[in-house]
Design a protein around this ligand. Sequence first.
Ligand SMILES: [Zn+2]
Length: 291
Amino acid sequence: MSEARGGSASAGCADGYLGDMWRRAVRPGLIIAILGASCGGPAAPALPPVAPAAPRPSRAATAVAQASSPAPTPAATAATARAAPAPAPEAARGDRRFPAPFEREPAPIRGRVAWVADGDTLDIELPSGKVRVRLLGVDTPEKETEHTKAEPWGPEVGAIVARRLRGAEVELIADLAKRDAYDRVLGYVHLDGEDVGAWLLAQGYADVFRIADHPRRARYLALQGAARGAKRGLWGGAPAAPAFIGNRRSKLLHAPGCRWLPAEANREPFDSREAATRAGYTPHRECLGGG
Ligand SMILES: [Zn+2]
């Protein structure tokens, strides 16, 4: 798995997928405080931070490590230096999983996708109101955040999922009463009767979130195995990165590493500066030295 995803461990905003269970299982309040601090979330009362986690090879373990070890901002580093060591969480050792958010699958609820945050997180408008949903049991590569560069396939998968799901009528299979630390429900989403999480795995656009139990876990692992065997998506390596990225709205052309890259929906990739110029784009002064 690491050949395609290796070296892409992000150290920024921890995925809050397990936040709720985490909160109950580890140290009440602590994770919320750290996630709030490193992700710009709601302010939380000051609490003693945990000791930094040792580097871990696996992606799932990375997620755990992120939950207990925030991005190395100067403030966090200083706080960590003062911290007393905390015991390593069970899950980080890879021998225990978090429980399923439901044992038996709840009845599907029909709704419409209002917003796609990234490959595995979306807002769905339900008859009872809008909920933020984290797809259960899958993990898509991260897009760029304030703290981290995008992982290989992160922008691509986010865009693919957005194109497929935005505005779509879907069914949500989730226990709406259970939320994670980001007030998200963990559930399956069906589009035209197809499980979106299973589709992501089959296409090689996601991997199985290894430390979470849920009813479809065995099937998800099988789908992942097939995608990996066929070298689909992220199992085949990194997608070809565009040489330049245009902003459809401003018509500015950026280098891929520019900090002013537009939102995914407004990006237009180019292989050459000339092609972008023909399309009416102007090089961004900061990243390409344009005027
Ligand atoms: Zn730029």
